[in-house]
Design a protein around this ligand. Structure first.
Ligand code: GDP
Ligand code: MG
Length: 213
């Protein structure tokens, strides 16, 4: 059966960066995130502000000789929590007047809640259709309540036909190895340590996918 992997995790862990790298690999391109993609390339927006990916994106992808479909998801957020906690809300980006980030920064609380509800739905749908979940955490910072919330929800989604691999991203930064080991506490076994940005750890990820039932 064809492998469809949903990339799931809280905002800012590097899902879109991983998506872009895996999708670029199938095209045999050098996967430098700064290189200009061809026009046909459906690129996910990588942004330092959380919550920039608002819907799911699919792409054909490759890890070495393993061909799969990857699905970038916006993650699962508690709309009510985020509407009241304005610290999650992106602030204005001066040099991107027409950007999606600014649209979200400007909108009403109600519209903001709707955005989060649709992000949630898109993530739920992506996981429902996938036969593999790559649950991404950020090894450059400690685990958050939102990581644990994702873990709890994902545990309820798993079936004999839906596997999950825990992925600790940003393992290029200092102290990341300790934090990656902490991710064991999420209850999905040992994480695969990667750097989506630097292209590290993909051989390990390949091995973990290859031995799946
Ligand atoms: P998403 O919200 O989960 O889709 O995260 P993004 O892919 O948009 O990345 C969020 C931020 O983390 C961006 O500033 C990325 O450049 C950065 N980032 C992503 N992957 C890595 C990584 O492997 N190492 C480091 N140091 N930063 C990363
Ligand atoms: Mg994203």
């Amino acid at each position: 059966t064809h492998l469809t992997a949903a990339l799931v995790g809280r905002p800012n862990v590097g899902k879109s960066t991983l998506f872009n790298r895996l999708a670029a690999a199938v095209r045999g391109r050098q996967t430098d995130s700064r290189s200009t993609p061809p026009l046909t390339f459906v690129r996910s927006v990588v942004h330092p502000l959380p919550g920039v990916t608002r819907d799911s994106r699919h792409a054909a992808a490759a890890i070495s000789d393993l061909l799969l479909t990857v699905v970038d998801t916006p993650g699962l957020e508690d709309a009510v929590h985020n509407a009241s906690d304005q610290s999650h809300r992106p602030s204005l980006v001066e040099d991107e007047p027409a950007s999606l980030v600014n649209a979200v920064a400007h909108c009403s609380d109600l519209a903001y809640r709707r955005v989060y509800a649709s992000m949630r739905d898109a993530t739920i749908r992506a996981v429902a259709h996938a036969n593999l979940v790559l649950f991404i955490v950020d090894a450059s910072t400690p685990l958050t309540a939102l990581d644990h919330a994702h873990a709890k929800w994902l545990r309820s989604c798993l079936t004999p036909k839906k596997s999950l691999i825990l992925v600790a991203n940003k393992c290029d930064v200092a102290q990341s190895e300790h934090r990656a080991i902490d991710a064991y506490a999420l209850g999905f076994g040992d994480p695969v340590l990667i750097s989506a940005e630097q292209g590290l750890g993909f051989a390990d990820l390949y091995e973990r996918i290859r031995v799946l039932p």
